[in-house]
Design a protein around this ligand. Structure first.
Ligand code: NAP
Length: 250
């Protein structure tokens, strides 16, 4: 135990989550980095943070499952013994398809990870941080998407709908726990240059869509991480229930 605040980042091994881990460690947070499959990416990141003088540990766990979430929070309790912020970041897209072609399995996976997993992780965080449960307060930052507003027609309307659910969840939970020391906010990234587009079968999506973005470029993971760190910080002490677009104007 270092006495420093602790942040759990789901899906922290790559992309936006990894950028949050680096910046959080720089700004004095101890970091628990969750990954699902890419252990090496998570370990390289944790080693990088440790080499820079921070504390970072990794934990495997699929946030789309109860067993995965239990493993993540058991590791948090054992290794850190406190929680000050949850970055509810793990999320997936799927291959580009029209709605009439979505399979039931696709929708079950998408909503298990993007919606139910985030709600279940937030519940575990509330149990540990709420003053109602003897905690010291804290904050939750949910990763939504501009897709919640745009709808992603012809690409992944299911993903967009899952992000719409996160927006509503953010507003509702923020009000539920506002008097218990917990702030709950969300970020809606626009098109950010990460691996997520390749996982949806469109590796060049970020650069290809640049001209459709008012700022004429995709965002970088670090630009989203800066907004996450702001919402986690005391500079945002009166901010809750907010959903911040980080989208280059899209
Ligand atoms: P990414 O580059 O594809 O990275 C995904 C991360 O989530 C990886 O660390 C991955 O772990 C982890 N992950 C995936 N499924 C998981 C699961 N079931 N359980 C635990 N971890 C899991 O994604 P990203 O672009 O950084 O996106 C992060 C968040 O921002 C997501 O919620 C996404 O919807 C949202 N977002 C992204 C964009 C964008 O343009 N990039 C735009 C709007 C919103 P492994 O390394 O182990 O695979």
């Amino acid at each position: 135990m270092t006495g420093r605040p602790v942040v759990l980042i789901t899906g922290g091994s790559r992309g936006i989550g990894a950028a949050v881990a680096r910046k959080a460690a720089d700004q004095g947070w101890d970091v628990l980095i969750n990954y699902v499959a890419r252990k090496e990416a998570a370990q390289v990141l944790a080693d990088e943070v440790q080499a820079a003088g921070g504390r970072a540990e990794i934990v495997q766990g699929d946030t789309g499952t109860e067993a995965g979430i239990a493993a993540i929070f058991a590791a948090l309790d054992e290794r850190f013994g406190r929680l000050d912020a949850l970055v509810n970041n793990a999320g997936v897209v799927d291959q580009t398809e029209r709605v009439e072609d979505f399979s039931r399995e696709r929708l079950d996976r998408m909503f298990a990870i993007n919606v139910i997993g985030k709600i279940r992780c937030a519940a575990e965080a509330v149990r540990r941080m709420s003053t109602k449960h003897g905690g010291q307060g804290g904050s939750i930052v949910n990763l939504s998407s501009m897709a919640a507003i745009i709808g992603s027609p012809g690409q992944y309307v299911d993903y967009a709908a899952s992000k719409g659910a996160i927006d509503t969840f953010t507003v509702g939970l923020s009000k539920e726990v506002a008097a218990e020391g917990i702030r709950v906010n969300a970020i809606r990234p626009g098109i950010i240059d990460t691996d997520i587009h390749a996982s949806g079968g469109i590796p060049d999506r970020a650069s290809a869509m640049a001209s459709a973005i008012p700022m004429q470029r995709p965002g970088q993971a670090g630009e989203v991480a800066d907004a996450v760190l702001y919402l986690m910080s005391s500079q945002a002490s009166y901010v809750t229930g907010a959903i911040l677009n980080v989208s280059g104007g899209r």
